[in-house]
Ligand binder design. Structure first.
Ligand code: LRH
Ligand code: MN
Length: 399
């Protein structure tokens, strides 16, 4: 790597931060079974404590995304959760409403034909906005399971209009420094149509709802043949990129650890962001968030592995020689242009990362250092006892 590439990598490391999801620390499964891990987090205190571990060993995960019905209890003041986060050296990040698990949402939430159900969903969004304000969080990140399973079942145009109408109260309720992120997903749990199925639909709805609305890109929410980095380039160029949920997949929304299946995909996404920053001389403030469910991997190790992998891929993409690339692009010199990306992707940025960790008093190898800390063993024994007392057991969910 040239001196200027090393400098760009150091600069990228200085501002790369990635948010962990509270739900990634808790027990999870599939419809075929839920597998309990001894050390898995049971409540919000555990989740924030574990997130604190990830930040302590990596130095790049200062915030934790929360899911309203999974993390907030009516009898627990938000200030208490904020203090807990501070105790563990992290802060509350994106607030994710739950508009997909209540029985009333069988035929949708914001898109439901029944006015009462839509009103209940809007009420939950407004409660989520108040939680975000109390937690000093800037993001209300919305994913909807809304959709249908059979042709003819739904009036898709009616539901689109209902979606825009029911998002307005939240938009008005938010402060000017807060944003709504609209996460799209092509299918699951709905298997005929999903109301927010792709980036274009999230874009159209965000534009109609107002200037505080943006599009959230979950890397697992694309058909395998889709060019995700092109979507990212368009959202950057139109100022509508609100953030990312990073994970990896082999087939569908597999929520595997980021970079575990297709690290070059991750690299190409980060490349579009660095190339945009180089061309516009701006550093886009993009919320990078992890959204994974760790069915078999030890959850804290999986989160550290993900943060470290994302950091390395972000650093590699920063090493692309953008001047050289732009010249080759202008001259349709595709081989040389591609070689600019390949050279960076295969560049060894680890010495620069090791030096950056040293300068920030961080362990050279976060995963090994975490393992040697014995934290997981310590919490596993305490949580096993607590789980037994609470009667929490493995379940063949078949939800
Ligand atoms: C939906 C999703 C969404 C969440 C959930 C945990 O697939 O990506 O972001 O709310 O996972
Ligand atoms: Mn997601």
């Amino acid at each position: 790597m040239t001196a200027s590439q090393t400098n760009k990598v150091e600069n990228a490391l200085d501002h790369f931060r990635i948010e962990t999801p509270s739900w990634g620390f808790a027990d999870t499964g599939t419809r075929f079974g839920k597998f309990v891990q001894g050390a898995a987090a049971i409540d919000i205190n555990d989740k924030l404590a574990d997130a604190g571990q990830v930040h302590a060993f990596t130095g790049i995960c200062p915030s934790v995304a929360l899911h309203v019905l999974w993390d907030f209890r009516p009898d627990q003041p938000t200030s208490e959760i904020v203090q807990l986060a501070e105790k563990y050296g992290v802060r509350i990040g994106a607030i994710n409403p739950n508009l997909f698990q209540d029985q009333i949402y069988k035929y949708g939430s914001l898109c439901h034909r029944d006015e009462e159900v839509r009103a209940a969903a809007v009420k939950h969004l407004l409660e989520s906005a108040e939680l975000a304000k109390a937690a000093r969080s800037q993001l209300v990140s919305i994913w909807l399971a809304d959709g249908s399973n059979y042709p003819g079942q739904a009036n898709i145009r009616w539901r689109k209009r209902a979606l825009i109408e029911t998002l307005h109260p939240l938009h008005e309720a938010l402060n000017d420094d807060q944003q709504i992120l609209l996460e799209y997903k092509p299918f699951e749990p709905a298997f005929y149509h999903t109301d927010l199925a792709d980036w274009g639909m999230s874009y159209v709805v965000a534009k109609a709802v107002g200037p505080k609305a943006r599009v959230l890109v979950d890397t697992g929410h694309h058909y395998l043949s889709q060019n995700i980095e092109q979507i990212v380039a368009w959202l950057l160029d139109t100022g509508m990129l609100g953030g990312f949920h990073f994970n990896d997949r082999r087939y569908a929304d597999d929520d595997l650890t980021f970079g575990s299946i297709d690290p070059y995909q991750a690299f190409r996404i980060f490349h579009e962001i660095h190339f945009f920053a180089w061309e516009t001389k701006q550093t886009p403030q993009i919320p990078y968030m992890i959204d994974q469910s760790h069915i078999d991997k030890p959850k804290i190790e999986a989160m550290i592995q993900t943060a470290v992998a994302a950091q390395e891929l972000f650093a590699k993409a920063a090493a692309v020689d953008h001047e050289k690339l732009a010249r080759h692009q202008e001259r349709n010199e595709q081989v040389d242009a591609e070689e600019c990306l390949r050279q960076a992707f295969f560049a060894d940025v680890r010495p620069v990362i090791l030096e950056w960790r040293k300068q920030h008093n961080l362990p050279a190898d976060p995963l090994t250092a975490f393992r040697e800390s014995g934290y997981e063993m310590r919490v596993a024994s305490e949580r096993k006892n607590r789980r037994a007392k609470l009667g929490i057991a493995a379940s063949g969910s078949y939800a």
